[in-house]
Design a protein around this ligand. Sequence first.
Ligand code: ADP
Ligand code: ZN
Ligand code: ZN
Length: 788
Amino acid sequence: MHGVECIPMPPAGLFETDDSSSADAPTSFVRVAVERSLDLSEGLTYAGDDLAIGQRVTVPLGRGDAAAQGFVVAVGGPELLDGFDPRKVKHVRSASSTRLPEPLVELARWMSTYYCCPLGMVLATMVPAAVKASIGRRTITKLEPVPDPPAHGESDLDAHLTPTARAAWDAIRQIPAGDFPIAAKDLAHRVGATNAGPINKLVKLGVLREVTVETVRAPEAFWSESGAALSAPPELTSDQHAAVEGITKTLGSFAPHLLRGVTGSGKTEVYLRLIERVVASGQSAIVLVPEIALTPQTAERFLARFEHLGVAVLHSGLTGATRNKQWAAAASGAAKVVVGARSAVFAPVPNLGLIVVDEEHDQSYKQDQLPRYHARDVAVVRASIEHVPVVLGSATPSMESWHNAQTNRYTLWHLPARVAGLRMPAVEIVDMRAERKKRREQHGDPRTLESIGPTLASAIEQTLTAGGQAILLLNRRGFASYVACPDSNCGWVLGCDACDTRMVVHRAQARRAYVRCHHCLAEQLLPKTCPSCGKKVIELGSGTQRAEQEIERRFGTTLGLIEGETFARVDSDTMRRASDYFDLLARFGRGELKLLLGTQMLAKGLDYPNVRLVGVLNADTSIGVPDFRACERTFQLVTQVAGRAGRGRDPGRVIVQTMSPDEPAIRLAAQHDFETFAKRELATRHASQLPPRWRMARVIVRDRDHDAAEEHARDIARAVRAAADESVVVQGPAPCPIARVAEHFRFAIELFAPNPKSIQRALAAPRGAGLLKADARTAIDVDPVAVL
Ligand code: ADP
Ligand code: ZN
Ligand code: ZN
């Protein structure tokens, strides 16, 4: 489907000033996907010369000819017109120097179809905002020799040149052609001139000419100094060696690999070796990491190893100008290695050789706004378009990737043991019900609100006394997760006015306790009494703030644990900027901080040899979530955080506190038994016709008006059902698990099918008919990672 952006009939008096009505009809045309929610898969046709696929252009759009940005997606002659009068076609207004390589345009087409998002919006997503806004971009003037000097022949020059200019010209002619253009100042310096005089003379004589060059100026990317290992690369273990050799054999062709390696097995070293080979053959590599701000150590290892080759790092802590500069370095091929979070999958490297997706199971690879793409899956498709291998690595692969490896779509490589000298930590499951009983017997009172049981408490004492460090995980922000009336006959719970959620209690210093909704961010003061019966309220469900207080209260004097001085709380409330986290990790690395308490931020990639204890305060926080991936998440979280322990000489100890010690996800994580967990989990999913065997898409409709939302959802469901083949199961519309957010009612329609094509078709027809549009009211989520 495509459209032709034609000229609206001009008012009669202006007709002759319209130069496109002249006799010379244009002969070169392009199709442009504009950065609007126009869902035209082939773009709009415009007239324009000397344009290339992927180039970002400005075009007139609509009746008022408003300027719109877009990307050229096809270049050709009158065949792009489909019989439309060429003289009536509007012209491209201007072209920018930003250009996406052709494979990315192809990738965008795939994404547009697969994720149900207008092509122009997908292309716009591929280019960072700072690049589009040309932040830090400057045009500078440089010089180069004129191939055929106009006025003067070589013999004639002598007459016009001073001796110094003559000497300068001779020196310039010794400079290799590839070094030009060169800035005037640098050129004077290179030929040994003491000032710009001789150079200016040569310009005036027309033997040197000025050219303008675009560059991006930015301060150097700031980076933390936690002392990334600059030491010589280690000798590979035999498992690492097998993976490197096996994957190397597939360089130059499309091949997806899954590298499953337990925490500390040296997966990163495998990536580093592969990249060395790719770069040696003149190609570039892209490495995706979940979120650079959270995994600075991983990124630093790439920087340390490849600094001499040029590493572009794309992370959220960058200023616009730096981001633009890094993008330019990737686009020009100056950076051979690009390391970045989700959107780095679109790095415009000209000669791609390999893509690595580290921690491929991580949820942050899925973008939760338009286009709702999954960077891991996009990486696999890009690899197939560019005929290169892609390596997905994890200690806890997603069920999707594991299923693909089990069915031989991906080649599986396994690193079953930690690198030499490191052992897997021993994981103890502690039943919190028994712990509370023990504490009651010790103290004679319930102390039910304490987050740290006696077993973990004594482990903290032992570890810190012996000079070790500890990490405590509590995957819940705030002070208490809800406020309730203590009277079970009353049953009042404080909910958000705008959402179907409970308000979370926060206590900050110098501020009265307040409650906040984690969905719409509404806040109010913490009520003291129950509004229906007047009893004093209680705060239930401990979060990181309450655990922080508990640590100070219980270990402040005995172990000297003071928040901010000797231990730190790490969650999105305390870590506002990437640099906060970098600084904190540097202090932890130096041993100034003895203990970190925090949310899942702490489960990602930290590698500190002195961490001898990891405590999971409440392994149940993610089990109760009404999402079919709850068990998978729990398994991943426990395994990943446990993996932070035992990375030094001392074997690590891990204590997992739970109310459900028999829960398989927790038990199997404690036993480091991914395969059994995966087998069970896949069997359950398969029996319930859920991903990964079955594919899934969701359409969410939201509206302030309950009935309007439901009605719109019904219309969509009807259209989807009409378009779906018999393999597709369409469920709903039904209220979402969180039925109202920010005063909007939410309904979901869910599609399940054994293959993605059937889902595509079921969505494509209503989409083509304009019934199903991704907009403020409707979200289409293909392969959702969260179903709340
Ligand atoms: P993973 O990413 O699998 O958790 P890492 O790549 O972080 O594991 O490796 C853990 C540690 O072991 C790192 O400090 C790394 O430098 C080191 N390492 C990796 N490979 C080897 C090896 N073959 N011999 C010795 N040490 C290694
Ligand atoms: Zn709310
Ligand atoms: Zn009450």
